[in-house]
Design a protein around this ligand. Sequence first.
Ligand code: T5A
Length: 212
Amino acid sequence: MQQGQFISFEGTEGVGKTTAIDGLCQRLAQHNIDYVRTREPGGSALGERLRQLLLDPSTQINDDTELLLMFAARSDHLHQLILPALQANQWVICDRFIDSTVAYQGYGRSFGDAAMLTKIEQLIAQFVPRLPDLTFWLDLPIAEGMRRAGKRGAADRFEQQALAFFERVHQGFAAQHAQYDKRIQRIDAGGDADSVGERVWQTLQDAVDLDF
Ligand code: T5A
């Protein structure tokens, strides 16, 4: 029987994670693979409440508190949903996970500051007992992602950041990809949704020993 896989999707705003996850979940269902779909911040009852606070443009928060709330939400999500699902041999498809923290809090907020990156590594080591088996980094020029995301209406607290912030976030994803090039697979997120979905599916088939 196929071992449950833990798969995360990453990328800057509006790159098409939600759309690519829709496509992947359809394919998994067609192959009778039992999966749960989830997201960060969020995914559990407490995690979703923290998400509301974290994305609310009116929330006033410093960088350390933001980082700790991301990990509080993640810890609850892991213990309430991700670990039990994997234990039950389900696949877990997660919209964002630890690489978003490195990219947004480590590079976006903190300019790739070594002390902040060390802090994040320590939090991962202490509070994240299971890393994704495979991560899809959907890579798209920032302006194109903003254009796609802009069609959706009001911007959340992160989407209100300046372009330079997202350039640093992008740099963060690129650095993570360079460091963990086996776990993190770069997907060209340009082109239509079907083409991106096909790239994701091909990459999954190459990376995971699927028994169908
Ligand atoms: N965050 C999160 C942190 O700072 N630290 C952390 O540790 C974590 C976990 C979460 C925010 O929290 C931050 C990062 C984020 O700012 P989110 O909702 O997960 O927010 O993140 P978003 O990137 O804002 O998610 P979006 O919903 O904006 O983008 P998606 O899911 O990447 O894009 P999607 O699929 O909704 O597509 C956007 C639009 O483009 C169209 C879609 O139809 C949609 O209209 N589209 C395409 N158009 C053309 N071609 C394609 N290939 C398309 N694919 C999608």
